[in-house]
Design a protein around this ligand. Structure first.
Ligand code: GCU
Length: 440
């Protein structure tokens, strides 16, 4: 080799070495968090999949074709590409009423606690339901069912609620510390999100359970929670199209409904499923998978919930997959920074509720969850309701703060931040009165 060539070869080797070192260093260094986009002018141009056009380009013209062809097609896409497929119910769902207090909350309520054993073999995982029913009247009542973030004892200061023994996700929710072991101090810490007296005063039951009973909310490669109960022999984690944690929590909500179908105090044909934030994503997926839920409420569910992914406003698919790798199925990972390839977007998730009533709620300051993207999902689900002869979301522009829109789809953007407030509950109770109590 001539000296010039030798030098060139040397430079080449040095350059490749540098590149390799840089690549290795970038693997070691934490990925620098990208600034979320909060600028409407930077939202990319996008085309949404048409809820009424099938994958092979056929227009859906009848309610029958929606039911028989397009709805199953959309549901299958969400299952295989986003939340993951879930198993059916356990062969035998055992339940045990562990306490009943007929004079709870100063005589206004009946409080019941019920354990659901999710596994036929052992005691865990076990889901503990807390139920408040109005004390007056003997007819079965409609109910709100939602998972909670802090344990059942966090929902109300009522000293009669059994302290959970399960692992709790340590967190700070709007200033209230939720400890990883339940103690007396934790009673009622999240009660402002659960206005129990108001709910029972309006004639509804409230049913709740701690979401970590179903699957603890951290990435342990699906060793704990309900996933391993359903592994094939030799399987160690869900396949790429099988359920992540959101689908597991939603599955748990269906198991709670299985129990409610047997509870004489509840009208199981009138159960509204609701949830906030990641549990709002869960409520939507529960409503999509299980049509026994007769009303569905998403409170500030954001990315992976009601917000359109293609807008990339606030939280994005790339970020949610990276920070919460256990929430969605393996196949969803391919859509980070690649939203245009998604065969679905979240308006189709809202559309899966049709013809049932669905309410999407945002908060003005909750830009991370993209209020406009949540509104647009509700709006673009409307053509499905129209096809079914129902008013979807009224109007054709996003309402101002605290101006609810209510058709069979409801929407509001409340002033204030990411939270569940009395204002939200007043809207949900009115919406439920309108849809679940009609004909009374
Ligand atoms: C994070 C996450 C959201 C989620 C929220 C919550 O902010 O990025 O997607 O909705 O937590 O559940 O509290």
């Amino acid at each position: 080799m001539r000296p010039g060539n030798l030098m060139k070869a040397g430079i080449g080797i040095c350059a490749s070495l540098m590149l390799m070192l840089a690549a290795a260093a970038s693997l070691l260094l934490p990925t620098r968090e990208r600034e979320p986009n909060y600028d409407e002018t930077k939202v990319p141009a996008y085309d949404l999949p048409d809820p009424l056009v099938t994958e092979d380009g056929r227009r859906v013209k009848t309610a029958g074709d929606w039911r028989e062809i397009r709805r199953p097609e959309i549901l299958e896409l969400f299952r295989s590409q986003m939340y993951g497929r879930r198993p059916g119910p356990p062969r035998e769902l055992r339940s045990r009423v562990t306490s009943v207090e007929t004079r709870a909350l100063g005589g206004k309520a009946v409080r019941k606690e019920v354990s659901l054993y999710l596994s036929p073999k052992q005691d865990l995982p076990r889901m503990d339901l807390l139920i408040y029913l109005p004390a007056s009247g003997s007819d079965p009542v409609p109910a709100f069912l939602g998972l909670n973030f802090g344990g059942n004892h966090s929902v109300h200061p009522d000293p009669g609620i059994t302290l959970p023994k399960s692992w709790m996700r340590p967190s700070r929710v709007e200033g209230a510390v939720v400890e990883n072991r339940a103690t007396e101090k934790g009673r009622g810490t999240l009660s402002r999100r659960w206005p129990v007296e108001k709910i029972i005063g309006r004639g509804y039951a409230l049913v709740t359970a701690y979401y970590g009973d179903i699957d603890p909310d951290y990435d342990d490669e699906f060793r704990n929670g309900v996933h391993p109960l359903f592994y094939r022999p030799g399987q160690t984690r869900p396949d790429a199209d099988e359920w992540g944690s959101i689908a597991a929590w939603a599955w748990g909500l269906s198991r709670a409904l299985d129990y409610l179908e047997t509870d004489p105090g509840i009208d199981p044909a009138k159960v509204a499923v609701l949830g906030h934030s990641r549990l709002g994503k869960t409520a939507l997926w529960a409503g999509a998978e299980d049509e026994r839920f007769s009303l569905v409420i998403s409170n500030n569910s954001g990315c992976g919930g009601a917000a359109l992914s293609r807008r990339r406003f606030g939280e994005t698919v790339e970020r949610i997959n990276r920070v919460f790798p256990h929430w969605f199925c393996g196949n969803f990972k391919q859509y980070g920074d690649n939203e245009e390839r998604l065969p679905i977007d979240q308006h189709l998730l809202v559309a899966l509720m049709a013809p049932r009533p669905v309410y999407v709620a945002s908060a003005v300051e909750d830009r991370w969850a993209d209020p406009k993207g949540e509104y647009l999902s509700a709006r673009h689900a409307s053509p499905v309701y129209a096809l079914l002869g129902l008013p979807g979301l009224p109007g054709d522009s996003m309402p101002g703060a605290n101006q609810p829109l209510t058709g069979t789809i409801g929407y509001h953007v409340r002033s204030g931040r990411h939270d569940v407030t009395g204002y939200d509950w007043d809207r949900y109770l009115d919406f439920a009165d309108r849809h679940l109590r009609k004909g009374r």
